[in-house]
Design a binder for this molecule. Structure first.
Ligand SMILES: Nc1ncnc2c1ncn2[C@@H]1O[C@H](COP(=O)(O)OP(=O)(O)OP(=O)(O)O)[C@@H](O)[C@H]1O
Ligand SMILES: [Mg+2]
Length: 276
């Protein structure tokens, strides 16, 4: 744990290059998060460029989810830390407002409505997004149906894109993990994000299910120009798909750079294997 705050990351940090967080599509500067005596994230500065596919790796408890939670606004960083999205300081902006500006995410623990079906799960996100306030509702009486039709169209597009046709009316609780993770992805797409944060979207999946998930993410990245920030433990997937890789250890940034280079770094290897 560092005792002195750095203004910028150590220039000798393994793997460079440094992307300025304010010029990046998504960035954080000097971000820390403590829970009581635990420093979950310790003075992290990084920038993610538009159109990049970044992977965040690191051992259990390294602070990966906490960092993502600060990026999307679920947690506020400790005093002094800043989060930037599309060049604006969004540190004080709540989660739902960041989501409306185009910052989407999926959840490590899947936060789906178990007793609802697939369409309802995706639709709920759209409905919350579109819900007019009472005044708007009175002024635009009758436009509700149009909004609903537009929402339904978008939901059907997503279902098409992620090949979820046969599960449209299936209850979440009845679905296998691979499909549930796909529904979580579908939900995150409902607000039409520009940047998507994925927290272990492939965790627990079979080889075939992972293959499908990689295929969908690759399409989204290439065809929709979606910027992806992915926490992932499977280093084979990480090196296969990402433009850059970031390694967290004990809350701090250990390395960043092209995945082949970072994965071959002796210090990174020792973190994973415990061997110097
Ligand atoms: N809400 C919280 N309250 C207290 N401690 C927390 C909280 N969230 C995270 N922590 C602690 O912060 C540290 C980092 O947790 P975090 O979940 O960010 O790690 P992670 O890298 O995502 O791990 P994993 O690979 O297991 O998902 C851990 O020691 C964890 O116990
Ligand atoms: Mg986690």
């Amino acid at each position: 744990m560092s005792t002195q705050k750095r203004q910028e990351p150590d220039p000798s940090l393994r793997g460079g290059p440094h992307v300025d967080p304010e010029e990046a599509i998504l960035g954080c500067r000097g971000v820390s998060k403590t829970f009581g005596a635990v420093t979950a994230v310790d003075d992290v500065t990084l920038g993610i460029e538009k159109g990049e596919w970044i992977s965040i790796v690191g051992p259990n408890g390294a602070g990966k989810t906490t960092l993502l939670n600060m990026m999307n606004g679920f947690y506020t960083p400790d005093a002094g830390g800043q989060i930037f999205f599309k060049g604006e300081d969004v540190t004080g902006l709540p989660e739902h407002k960041r989501a409306r500006r185009g910052l989407g995410r999926t959840f490590q623990g899947l936060e789906l409505f178990e007793s609802e079906d697939v369409i309802e799960n995706i639709m709920t996100v759209r409905a919350v997004h579109e819900r007019p306030n009472l005044l708007e509702a009175l002024l635009f009486y009758g436009s509700g149906r149009k909004t609903e039709a537009r929402n339904m169209r978008r939901v059907e597009e997503i279902i098409d894109y992620l090949e979820l046709w046969e599960y449209r009316h299936a209850k979440i609780s009845a679905l296998p993990l691979g499909i549930r993770r796909r529904v979580d992805l579908a939900r995150s797409l409902a607000l039409e994000p520009d940047v998507l944060l994925l927290d272990e979207a492939m965790s627990g999946l079979t080889f075939d299910e992972k293959y499908d998930m990689v295929r969908f993410l690759t399409d989204l990245h290439e065809q929709e120009n979606l910027t992806l920030v992915m926490i992932e433990h499977d280093l084979e997937v990480v090196t296969d798909v990402s433009d850059r890789m970031i390694v967290l250890q004990e809350g701090g940034l250990l390395a960043r750079g092209p995945p082949e280079q970072v994965a071959a770094d002796p210090e990174v290897i020792s973190v994973y294997t415990g061997v110097d």
